[in-house]
Design a protein around this ligand. Structure first.
Ligand code: B12
Length: 212
């Protein structure tokens, strides 16, 4: 396990240049991309969230930290490639309507792409109608929805309902995730799968499609 104190501090400060240099330094000194991601970057975003909850920082600082983290993850992307593989399946990803958080979704996209899935990322604030339209158009194997706010989680069952109404629900697997989402919630809204992080999103997606 590496020491990511300096990296963490620069992400909290939103100092892109320093954080990117610290990420590179951690890679150069032998830390694994996985550890840098989990123990350096994701752990820091949790700390940022706690500071926000306590009123110690505000939205602009949170945004700067988010941007800084995104720049650092760009350096890690090549390390999550599993090699040349034929597509394991088509995945449509999006953050649900009303929600702008995309760091977690982007990580899921990055890990899944690295593992050989073909990703179409619809971005943030994706309405149930948009999900339905894109499922019709692209015929993905999996639809992945991300929500980070308790107020936007209901857009997940709304999307599942919209897929049902359009006669598409049995043609696509639905995976959900995001900090407030739980396994129990996934069962309640009849999603096919839930994953708590990007690594398990990959293994759960493989399991859903019966690929290795
Ligand atoms: C960065 C951040 C922001 C940034 C987002 C920038 C961006 N481009 O994403 C900005 C500043 C824009 C922001 C805005 C707001 N935010 Co904010 N934000 C955060 C923060 C600090 C980090 C989120 C993050 O990126 N985490 C790191 C990633 C890697 O983790 P993750 O998203 O959970 O993703 C992992 C898993 O969940 C999973 N996963 C995620 N998606 C998916 C999808 C699938 C299909 C699967 C299988 C798995 C999966 O895999 C990911 C990788 O391992 C959190 C605090 C926290 N601890 O979550 C608050 C937090 C989510 N925000 C919060 C709030 C309140 C807001 C605002 C309402 C603030 C305001 N007053 O304006 C706005 C809402 C804007 C909107 N409409 O969306 C609250 C939410 C409370 C709640 N439960 O509803 C939190 C929890 C902070 C807090 N403690 O109060 N925010």
């Amino acid at each position: 396990m590496g020491d990511f104190k300096a990296l963490s501090e620069s992400v909290i400060k939103g100092d892109v240049k320093a954080a990117v240099a610290e990420t590179q330094n951690a890679l150069d000194t032998g830390s694994s991309a996985q550890d840098i991601l989990n123990e350096g970057l994701i752990a820091t975003m949790n700390e940022v969230g706690e500071r926000f909850s306590k009123g110690l920082i505000f939205v602009p600082q949170m945004l700067r930290s988010a941007k800084t983290m995104q720049e650092c993850t760009k350096l890690l992307k090549p390390f999550f490639k599993e090699g040349d593989v034929t597509s394991k399946g088509k995945v449509l990803l999006g953050t649900v309507k009303g929600d702008l958080h995309d760091i977690g979704k982007n990580l899921v996209a990055m890990m899944m792409e690295g593992a050989g899935f073909t990703i179409t990322d619809l971005g943030v604030g994706v309405s149930p109608e948009k999900f339905v339209q894109k499922v019709q158009e692209l015929k993905p194997d999996i639809v992945g929805m991300s929500a980070l706010l308790s107020t936007t989680m209901p857009a997940m069952p709304q999307t599942i309902e919209a897929l049902e109404k359009a006669g598409l629900r049995d043609k696509v697997k639905v995976m959900i995730g995001g900090a407030p989402v739980t396994e129990k919630y996934a069962q309640k809204i009849k999603a096919d799968s839930y994953a708590s992080d990007a690594g398990s999103a990959v293994s759960k997606a493989k399991k859903l499609l019966g690929v290795s």
